[in-house]
Design a protein around this ligand. Structure first.
Ligand SMILES: Nc1ncnc2c1ncn2[C@@H]1O[C@H](COP(=O)(O)OP(=O)(O)O)[C@@H](O)[C@H]1O
Ligand SMILES: [Mg+2]
Length: 444
């Protein structure tokens, strides 16, 4: 990584520079704020380590100018020991983190590793976004929350490989969309994507659906039929709800996957098939495999690579953008959301995840009387939502911060300068945080 160090203390500078160079980073060092900014403009800096107290421009000022030049630059502020208040201010200004003096090098190394990981995720996600925008299939996937960014980053990395992928996640989390995205990002996006809903095909028709049949194979088979496996040749075979597959059919599926050959029902010879297999389930397949409800060998065959789609309540930051998305899609007239309505929608638990949110929006749009959606227009279970369940501290803080931002924006009619004033932060930081939490003004 390219790291810029700004510190007026030469000893400190050399210590940090030497340590970071040994870790394989490229280090630029500046003795004051001006010099730091000159280097920053000239070089591609990914991370800045800024001493908070420097003669001339201090760390805050340098940081503000850097972020104005490149909002993506990461920054760690180095503050005097015990200066908690400064630390809070520094984070408000958009530093990603801070360290107290004397700098603990092991902690510094950890923080840098985390930032490297974040940057790698951001890069993968940029790849996904680009593919979504330029791909042959129109796919709209909302996902700027950290949990979803991780998932998309993983999708990007598994998509290229020929191995099977198992997508797990609660019902309605978007497993279907992720399967399509894997296909779209894979090596053959224009080849067929063939879906088989394992829960929906009657057991006695399964073989003929999957493997096809020859004319006359059974009553009603009045012509040759290519099964889904054959249709998917060269592309992706998506086995949805694979956990619902009866055991007898699991063996047949396993054989086809192992041998990469199938025979049509009533057919005389084998046919070679080569489709990339993506499977999805909302069941705990591993537990099912342990208890014997799912063939263990098939589980391993499907689960070479795995993706878990997080439930919506673990990525509440996506809720406002999803609402916008569904309103844009389904509203027949302009529709606004009362702040309390939005608040309830962000806090609800969503046992049915994104699908449930979509249905709630569709239903409320249909039933709403005015042009402003009121809490009364929401289903009972949403109105009675008992706040968010306690989660990890960071998540709770994020959700609190998000609520405060939205409240300030609503209070000021979404005039960002005024909302920033109310919150006591700069407008730039407000915009940064709105981006981070996926906050957008409701349409209408
Ligand atoms: N991240 C997302 N962005 C936009 N729409 C989504 C997203 N996730 C799910 N949806 C929508 O929610 C509904 C349920 O998603 P789906 O992929 O069928 O869920 P699952 O297969 O996990 O049950 C679909 O209408 C889908 O388009
Ligand atoms: Mg599904």
């Amino acid at each position: 990584m390219n790291i810029l160090i700004a510190d007026d203390d030469p000893m400190q500078r050399e210590l940090l520079a030497g340590f970071l160079e040994k870790q394989g980073h490229r280090v630029l060092a500046a003795a004051d704020g001006e010099e730091a900014l000159t280097l920053f403009r000239r070089e591609c800096v990914q991370l800045a380590l800024l001493d908070h107290r420097m003669p001339g421009l201090n760390g805050d000022q340098v940081l503000a100018r850097m972020k104005a030049g490149n909002p993506l630059v990461r920054a760690i502020m180095i503050t005097a020991y015990g200066a908690v208040e400064t630390a809070v201010n520094v984070m408000k200004l958009g530093a990603d983190d801070f360290l107290e003096k004397p700098v603990d090098l092991m902690v510094l190394r950890q923080k840098i590793q985390q930032i490297e990981l974040d940057l790698a995720v951001a890069e993968d996600v940029a790849g996904v976004t680009e593919a979504l925008e330029s791909g042959p299939l129109p796919l709209e996937i909302i996902g700027s929350s950290p949990a979803m960014q991780d998932t998309l980053s993983r999708v990007r990395r598994v998509a290229d490989s020929p191995w099977s992928v198992l997508i797990q996640g609660e019902t309605g989390t978007g497993k279907d969309l992720i399967a399509r995205l894997i296909h779209l990002l894979g090596p053959t996006p224009t080849a067929p994507f063939v879906e088989v809903n394992c829960a929906a095909i009657p057991e006695n028709l399964f073989e003929s659906e999957l493997f096809g049949h020859e004319k006359g194979a059974f009553t009603g088979a009045d012509r040759n039929h290519r099964g889904r496996f054959e249709q998917a040749t060269g592309g992706t075979l998506f086995l949805d709800e694979v956990g619902e597959l009866p055991l007898a059919l699991q063996s047949k599926l396993l054989r086809a996957l192992q041998e990469q050959r199938i025979s049509r029902v009533g057919g005389e010879h084998d046919i070679a098939v080569n489709a990339r297999v993506v499977a999805a389930t909302n069941r705990d397949l591993q537990a099912m495999a342990k208890s014997g409800a799912f063939r263990e060998d098939l589980y391993f065959r499907l689960n070479v690579l795995d993706i878990t789609v997080p439930p919506l309540r673990q990525r509440r930051a996506d809720i406002p953008a999803l609402i916008d998305h569904f309103v844009a899609r389904y509203a027949r007239r302009p529709m606004q959301f009362a702040p309390e309505t939005l608040d309830l929608l962000v806090r609800y638990q969503y046992p049915g995840n994104v699908r449930e949110l979509k249905h709630i929006i569709q239903r409320s749009l249909t039933l709403a009387r005015g042009s402003r959606l009121q809490p009364a227009d929401l289903p009972d279970e949403v109105r009675q939502a008992e706040g968010t369940e306690p989660g990890p501290l960071q998540e709770r803080l994020d959700s609190l911060e998000r609520d405060l931002l939205i409240a300030a924006l609503n209070q000021t009619d979404w005039v960002q300068t005024r909302a920033a004033d109310v919150l006591g932060i700069s407008e730039r930081v407000l915009r940064y945080k709105m981006g981070k939490f996926g906050i957008r003004r409701p349409e209408g």
